[in-house]
Design a protein around this ligand. Structure first.
Ligand code: PLP
Length: 387
């Protein structure tokens, strides 16, 4: 099957397994080798083999991953970085200049908020925020001629609010801005923002894409080739690239993304049902629940609703901390998207950096990354921890 067919015709799982790489012509290796090399022998000065010159610019293990990422997001070009935040910073520097402005989600991932507030702002890139679920509020934040990026997470972290990708793409485009969608929580299996009008997809591949909590990585995927050229330049000029070992692990993870995501969703649905009926739980946040304010939009733009669940407890911060510490199958830890279930207290952990700002999260909030263990064991663990 040709690369073109992998990208545009084959089903998701077929692309996940085959896109980006043809078995090695010399050995027939079915999996991309880890090209642990910094440089490449040239056939005469400037005579590059396959375009490889130096591994900051390109490395075959990274090329394979980047091709797979582009195919899964239905984009034209993918770019792999050392972390999600490295991808974000490279994107901002490739698209913005001092004096430009970005609109962020008002419950953005804390690290994204910190990047804009503490790193980009001192270099002259301004930002304001709006709730992703309110298209008019996002439109109202746009500064014509100054806003370059409208940044969307959907579902958001950790409150799982939903933004309408199609509507926000048109709001951004009316103002000459790009719509950037951080697709980390959904993964391309559940949602493909570029097909809904987004210009750039961002990933922390550390999460569902890698899927095994064993690698840090980030990605950008775009359709526009002129933007792709700018990103190619900045990826090389800044140099925050993913190394070949990391690319290998991330690419291996991508191959099972579809089956993992289905099990994450199955288990999350069981967890939501259990928590919704528990006396110690005051609210459950999951876009799959019909009463969730973003449910209709999520049902339109997502295949299923994902593995992330947040909830509030009746006993305040003290009880939230106790639940986090008492859980056993749910491991107390930051991050998400791995095969193992994780539990955390956003207020004191992932979102501590937004404490005291408009983005502060409730102190009685607990976030779960529901893994793919046996669902009954997950429910029993939560029951014990809540009891
Ligand atoms: C939604 C989201 N975007 C971006 C990032 C940043 O990615 P990384 O930690 O790989 O730099 C994270 C990390 O938790 C995240 O959850």
């Amino acid at each position: 099957m040709s690369e073109q067919q992998h990208r545009h015709k084959a089903g998701f799982e077929t692309r996940a397994i085959h896109a980006g790489y043809e078995p090695d012509p010399t050995t027939g290796a079915v999996i991309p080798p880890i090209y642990a090399t910094s440089t490449y022998k040239q056939d005469g000065v400037g005579g590059l083999r396959g375009g490889y010159e130096y591994s900051r610019s390109a490395n075959p293990t990274r090329t394979a991953l980047e091709g797979a990422l582009a195919a899964l997001e239905e984009g034209e070009r993918g770019f792999a970085f050392a972390s999600g935040l490295a991808a974000e910073d490279t994107l901002v520097r490739a698209t913005c200049r001092p004096g430009d402005h970005a609109v962020l989600p008002d419950d953005a991932y804390g690290g994204t908020f910190r990047l804009f507030a503490e790193v980009e702002e001192p270099w002259g890139i301004e930002h304001t925020s709006a709730p992703v679920s309110d298209v008019d509020a996002v439109r109202a934040e746009i500064r014509p001629g100054q806003t370059r990026l409208v940044w969307l997470e959907t579902p958001t972290n950790p409150l799982l609010n939903i933004g309408d990708i199609e509507a926000l793409a048109s709001v951004a485009h009316d103002a000459g801005a790009l719509l950037v969608v951080d697709n980390t929580f959904a993964s391309p299996y559940l949602q493909q923002p570029l097909t809904l009008g987004a210009d750039v997809v961002v990933h922390s591949t550390t999460k569902y894409a890698g899927g095994h909590s064993d690698v840090i990585g980030g990605a950008l995927v775009v359709r526009d080739l002129e933007l792709a050229e700018r990103l190619t330049f900045h990826q090389n000029a800044i140099g925050a690239v993913a190394g070949p070992f990391d690319c290998f692990l991330t690419h291996r993870g991508l191959k099972t993304l579809g089956v993992r995501m289905d099990r994450h969703c199955d288990n999350a649905e069981r967890v939501v049902e259990f928590l919704s009926g528990h006396a110690a739980v005051s609210a459950v946040f999951y876009p799959g629940v019909e009463t969730h304010p973003g449910h209709a939009v999520a049902a339109r733009q997502m295949r299923r609703f994902g593995g992330m669940v947040s909830f509030r407890v009746t006993g305040g911060e003290e009880q939230a901390l106790r639940v986090c510490e008492r859980a056993e199958v749910f491991t107390l830890g930051e991050s998400l998207g791995g095969v193992e279930s994780l539990i955390e207290h956003p207020g004191l952990m992932t979102h501590a950096s937004v404490s005291g700002t408009d983005l502060e999260v409730p102190a009685d909030l607990i976030r779960l990354s529901v893994g793919i263990e046996t669902a009954d064991d997950l429910l029993a663990d939560l029951d014990r921890a809540l009891g």
